[in-house]
Design a protein around this ligand. Structure first.
Ligand code: GAF
Length: 379
């Protein structure tokens, strides 16, 4: 929905126009999976799907929000009594953000809000992070808060960690805040330093949603995180960021086989992510292809976060593009999407192959998006 249409609905709902409107994108991660909470490297792109929030200040401390895409569901809470809402799970992203933001900036007062978005839900494309960042952006505009993109990302992440209950890293919030049009963003999750590199002009970013229903994702995600922490602990490190395969192999007798494989994924994925940044800069398709394939295999075999439908999609696209492009699962895992970097003149072949074979093999209906790299809300 366009901002004007949102403003119009806001006017009809609240009787006045919004004082501020903000948009934040979802993301697709090109490589660097489950590395962010290990202090490692990620290489995401902000995409042309996102969340838009309209807002106006109130005279009191009530927050009133209408979610247009959930049948105009409404949620209300008082700023001095923000509790978890068991009945409307979506509202907890709002509640969590207000709780953290208000603690840091007491100038935040009651607001009327309306939200709409087009990031596919539960597909691993960061619909929740884009919601948090759009919300933080609109509130910083409304209350004139000195919040930059990095702080916005930290607030969004803390809202999820401490309020919603997902132990996510900072990648999704940070790319939604600091993405750059036409570019991928290498993020060092320990230093929180950023370097952008252009997505080669010759390549299209294709996202294929497997539409596999993602169950128990948060608990499986949190388990992976704990296993990584256990590995770091055995190695005497704070995070796996500083681990090497030599160190890991030397500690093999002190780690379980599963924890060893989890750590191997993180160590090798960090190296692949840094290498991918270079390969994108030199437009080296052979290396891009190989790195994405290795990343997928590592997620499948070592981190065990892929599902057969996703593995099949990767195989299908890989057969089409061979070394002219790259393909892997993207996001937290257990369903969701595959990302492919495909020469623009091969997009139709890839789409046709997926449309022809995926449903026949899995009984599921895929959705294919050809995406562009967009700017973040605090770019
Ligand atoms: C989810 C999390 F929110 C991110 O922080 C990241 O860990 C990702 O899974 C896996 O790379 O999107």
């Amino acid at each position: 929905m366009k901002s004007e249409a949102l403003a119009d609905k806001f006017l009809r709902c609240y009787g006045h126009a919004p004082a501020s409107v903000a948009h934040a994108p979802g993301r697709v991660n090109l490589i660097g999976e489950h590395t962010d909470y290990n202090g490692g490297f990620v290489l995401p792109v902000a995409i042309n799907f996102g969340t838009t929030v309209a807002a106006s200040a109130r005279e009191d401390d009530l927050v009133d929000i209408v979610a247009l895409d959930i049948d105009e569901a409404r949620n209300q809470f008082e700023l001095d009594n923000i509790t978890y809402d068991d009945t409307q799970s979506w509202a907890n992203y709002v509640r969590g953000v207000f709780k953290i933001l208000r603690h840091r900036y007491p100038a935040v007062r009651g607001v009327n809000l309306m939200v709409t978005g087009d990031v596919p839900q539960g597909a691993g494309l960061s619909s929740s992070a884009s919601f948090e960042i759009a919300l933080i952006r609109v509130l910083t505009q409304l209350f004139n808060l000195p919040v930059d993109g990095i702080e916005a990302a930290k607030i969004g992440q803390k809202a999820e960690n401490a309020f919603v209950g997902c132990a996510c890293g900072i990648m999704d919030q940070l790319i939604s805040a600091k993405g750059k049009q036409g570019h991928a963003m290498l993020l060092d999750c320990a230093a929180l330093s950023i370097a952008h590199t252009p997505v080669p002009e010759s390549l299209a970013i294709i996202i294929i949603n497997s539409n596999v229903r993602r169950g128990l994702v948060d608990s499986a995600y949190n388990t992976r995180r704990k296993q990584c922490e256990e590995a770091a602990d055995v190695l005497g490190l704070t995070t796996l960021r500083d681990a090497s395969m030599t160190m890991l192999d030397a500690s093999k007798s002190r780690t379980s086989e599963v924890v060893y494989r989890r750590a191997r994924h993180v160590i090798t994925e960090n190296a692949r992510t840094e290498a991918m940044f270079e390969a994108l800069q030199s437009e080296d398709m052979t290396v891009i292809s190989e790195l994405m394939a290795q990343s997928h295999n590592s997620m499948r075999d070592d981190f065990e976060i892929t599902v057969p439908e996703i593995d099949y999609l990767v195989e299908l696209v890989g057969e089409q593009i061979k070394e002219s492009g790259g393909v892997r699962m993207t996001g937290g895992g257990f369903g969701g999407c595959v990302v492919a970097l495909v020469p623009k003149n091969r997009v139709l072949d890839v789409t046709n192959a997926v449309n022809k074979f995926y449903h026949a093999r899995t009984g599921l209906k895929q959705t294919v998006y050809v995406c562009s790299a967009e700017s973040g809300a605090f770019a």
